[in-house]
Unconditional design. Structure first.
Length: 483
């Protein structure tokens, strides 16, 4: 496939260090609150990317961290720990908060058909590994201890990599308005690898280390977790575009200093979900969750469909109207698939291969998911039998994960159940097993009862009984079943 690489600013042919195998890393959630639907946009697009690579035949090893310690309110090593903030807000322990929101995150992912990565590693489970890497960085002269903290020394790098063309002003974190300059830093871009109590007295989770009792910086966890589970050469690193700087920039600095060779070849950044007032973010207070969409009657997969309709490298504007349009299109699509009930003929393999070829080329062009959705409509319009259409749609759904055939089957069942409910004049409803002759007898019996002709009503009941049909009267109608 061809994929835009934000490290080179170019669309490139995707290659891996080991042929046929992709080592893929995703920055996971900071579990101090529910994920908002903006966060989930990133995870949906990363999920499609992983599934597309598998569809192409790659063996993918996908690793994700869970940030349950060390992510401060500002990405620039200042402010309160986000986990502590969550614990204080809800009057719970940090670990309770982490467990609750980790479970909530994976519940949301399941509703959105997002596959769980092969490895999911909470930061608190790998502290020994972080200490090992930080110690090695100090030994190599890439890091130093100052004021009780350990800092990465960016002046030791030939090139402090930045993805986007940040100017010097943007990089000068210490002089940004409202951000207090850390006097311990030798260079303005240096960042913390390990904090000790000398800086944050009320930190809930602390570990012993060669530099005192403390906790890791946020960036080090992703480098260490990836190096441990993906190995020394990472093929693909993913995250939202806000992670590019400083988080990913710092990941590259410390990983390459530790390894002594280039680390990650390909960087995939998902652009933001925005509202009319800008980027959706938790710090703004009000934010939208998957549960809220469900409460309002939306199928979470309609939100997935909404995300797939736009390209991951463009900002996506959320509005209820936009979501309604996507939900309407998704339910129409399911209706059309539900109508593919033809049973004649086998799957036309040649036609299926042609349709699949187009899907591979279209989606393989920088993960163009909206073209992937268009390919679904191409299948519906193709001059092939229903068996072929169903097979190709199921195949594309291995990547798009819209539960197309499952939802269509559910819809058919719902419609069949509704068809079994016959309505008679006067609002009398008969719920049975879809046999008009029985419905007619049930109706006659009810009319006999209404006319107080109980002998006739009993006679009909016996006749139905002889056919193995049992009738129960319910308000406004009757229910029958074969016993
Ligand atoms: P967090 O839980 O805050 O660490 O964020 C989880 C992921 O969501 C990261 O990859 C972020 O870059 C990404 N993210 C944050 N806000 C948005 C947004 N509004 N739209 C898309 N992705 C986002
Ligand atoms: Zn990360």
């Amino acid at each position: 496939m061809y994929l835009y690489n934000s490290a080179t600013h170019k669309k490139e042919e995707f290659r891996t260090h080991t042929p046929g195998r992709v080592e893929m890393y995703t920055c996971g959630p900071t579990v101090y609150h529910f994920a908002h639907i903006g966060n989930l946009r990133s995870y949906i697009m990363e999920d499609v990317l992983e599934k597309f690579l598998r569809y192409e035949g790659y063996d993918v090893n996908r690793v994700m961290n869970i940030t349950d310690v060390g992510h401060l309110a500002s990405d620039a090593d200042t402010g309160e720990d986000k986990m502590l903030k969550g614990a204080k807000r809800e009057n719970k322990s940090v670990m309770d908060i982490a467990k609750f929101y980790t479970d909530a995150f994976f519940d949301d992912c399941a509703k959105l058909n997002i596959k769980t990565p092969n490895v999911v590693q909470p930061a608190t489970g790998l502290i020994g590994e972080f200490i090992k890497v930080v110690s090695a960085l100090i030994e190599k002269g890439s890091a130093y201890v100052a004021g009780g903290n350990v800092y990465f020394d960016t002046s030791t790098l030939d090139h402090y990599y930045v993805f986007n063309d940040h100017d010097e002003e943007d990089l000068a974190v210490g002089v940004r308005e409202g951000v207090e300059e850390d006097q311990n830093k030798r260079n303005k871009n240096d960042f913390v690898l390990w904090f000790t109590r000398s800086k944050f007295e009320d930190q809930a989770l602390k570990w012993d280390s060669p530099w005192g009792v403390g906790y890791p910086g946020w960036h080090i966890e992703c480098s260490c977790i990836s190096m441990k589970f993906n190995g020394e050469y990472l093929d693909l690193h993913c995250g939202g575009v806000d992670n590019a700087f400083p988080h990913h920039t710092n990941e590259i600095a410390q990983s390459e200093a530790y390894l002594g060779h280039p680390w990650c070849a390909q960087w995939f950044h998902v652009h933001h979900l925005n509202t009319n007032s800008g980027k959706m973010s938790k710090s703004k207070g009000e934010f939208l969750t998957i549960s809220l969409l469900e409460e309002k009657g939306y199928d979470p997969l309609a939100y997935r469909f909404f995300c797939l309709q736009s390209h991951y490298r463009k900002g996506l504007v959320f509005s209820w109207e936009n979501l309604d349009n996507a939900a309407g299109a998704y339910s129409k699509l399911i209706k059309r698939i539900a109508a593919l009930t033809g049973t004649e003929g086998a799957v036309d393999e040649e036609a299926a291969a042609r349709l699949k070829e187009k899907f591979l080329t279209q989606v393989g062009n920088d993960l163009n998911t909206s073209m992937g959705v268009t390919c679904l409509y191409d299948v519906l319009k193709a001059p092939v039998n229903d068996a072929t259409k169903r097979a190709v749609l199921a195949d594309f759904d291995r990547v798009l994960s819209l539960s197309l055939l499952e939802k269509a089957a559910e819809l058919r069942e719902k419609e069949a159940a509704q068809a079994k409910t016959a309505s008679a004049p006067g609002g009398f409803t008969i719920q049975g097993e879809g046999d008009p002759a029985v419905d007619a007898l049930v109706l006659q019996r009810s009319e006999a009862k209404k006319a107080k002709n109980f002998a006739e009503a009993d006679r009909i009941r016996d006749e139905l009984k002889a056919q193995g049909v049992e009738v129960t009267d319910v308000p406004g109608g009757a229910v029958w079943k074969r016993v």
